[in-house]
Design a protein around this ligand. Structure first.
Ligand SMILES: O=C(O)CCC(=O)C(=O)O
Ligand SMILES: [Fe+2]
Length: 333
């Protein structure tokens, strides 16, 4: 194509020169100067046409790249959505506990067996009728008061009424030692009664669901209030979002329960609880008064999504079958 064009151009040059009455390819210096100019102009036009072609190619490549990236992102998004299911959404109110039975892992075999308590029937359950909204709101105020005394530098902060541990900066203090008698200005006997009462009902619900003897279950540590916001964690113990198995993390746990004190999507964003099965995730959306409980072995690998805004309050209430790891209800005495 370019060759044909150049031939036509040379022909036109010759015709121009002939029309001016000059012999083509004449040795006349004036004519050769004109030829040079025309050739230079032609060369410039060719360079600019290559540039235009190159720009078009780059543009097409960029468009293709953007298209492919979009497609990959879309596939990834729909893939992760297809495999994440909502077990219970915040908007639903469960009138009946929602129970999912799962085969127990081998984890419990590594520990002493306690008939009537050690998990032989495993699973997960969610109930909105063990704790009332009013009770959850009272417990949330208790948590707000306690955690307002200190708190971690970022991520999760905890308050353990049993041991007295409260996050403060990058470490913990013991509220009973730190605040001494002033603690009675912060918490009341009624607060502690409510806490113990709620704990008893949680224990009964777990026993009923898994067919256990409630008398053989003991509260164990850590049992604590948590407050999570979107600030970034400064220490590893304030990083709450890692997938984990409670039995592995805490040893004594046989049954874990979580009582939510605030609402997903209203009080905070992110922060859903996620059960992680092979290739599938199941989320529990917190709502104030919602109780979620499960056997603590690797059949219930889980994590909490990062909180993106607002503040999330919850209580982790843990049970063991081993009396050696039992803890008492907290008291102000
Ligand atoms: O707060 C939650 O939803 C889960 C907390 C948790 O996984 C734990 O305390 O082990
Ligand atoms: Fe956990």
């Amino acid at each position: 194509m370019c060759n044909v064009n150049s031939r036509i151009r040379v022909y036109l040059i010759n015709m121009t020169v002939q029309r001016r009455g000059v012999k083509p390819h004449s040795k006349n210096p004036e004519n050769s100067e004109i030829e040079k100019k025309i050739k230079r102009a032609y060369a410039q036009r060719q360079v600019s046409s290559w540039r235009t072609n190159l720009t078009s190619v780059v543009l097409v490549l960029v468009l293709v790249l953007v298209g492919v990236t979009g497609l990959v992102l879309w596939i990834c998004f729909s893939w992760s959505h297809n495999f994440t299911h909502t077990l219970v959404s915040r908007n639903e109110i469960l009138t009946q506990p929602r129970v999912f039975n799962i085969e127990c892992s081998q984890d419990y075999k590594k520990y002493k067996h306690f008939a009537g308590c050690t998990p032989s029937k495993c699973g997960r359950a969610i109930s909105d009728s063990v704790v009332s909204l009013d009770e959850a709101q009272k417990l949330r105020r208790l948590a707000e008061r306690g955690l307002s005394l200190a708190g971690s530098d970022g991520g999760a902060s905890i308050l353990d009424l049993h041991s007295g541990a409260l996050s403060m900066g990058k470490q913990f203090v013991n509220i009973y030692r730190y605040f001494k008698n002033e603690i009675r200005d912060i918490f009341t006997e009624e607060d502690f009664e409510l806490y113990s009462n709620v704990r008893n009902r949680i224990q009964a619900a777990i026993a009923e669901t898994f067919g256990l003897d409630s008398q053989q279950m003991y509260l164990t540590k850590p049992t604590f209030f948590s407050r999570i916001n979107s600030t970034s964690a400064k220490t590893t113990h304030d990083e709450y979002w890692h997938p984990h198995i409670d039995k592995e993390t805490y040893g004594s746990f046989d049954y874990t329960s979580l009582l939510y004190l605030s609402d997903y999507g209203v009080d905070f964003g992110g922060g859903r609880f996620v059960f992680m099965d092979a290739g599938q995730n199941w989320t529990v959306e917190p709502r104030a008064g919602r109780l979620s409980f499960f056997s603590s072995g690797s059949e219930n690998l889980h994590h909490v999504e990062k909180v993106t805004w607002g503040t999330r309050y919850a209580i982790t209430v843990s049970f063991t079958c081993d009396h050696d790891y039992a803890i008492d209800n907290p008291s102000l005495a």
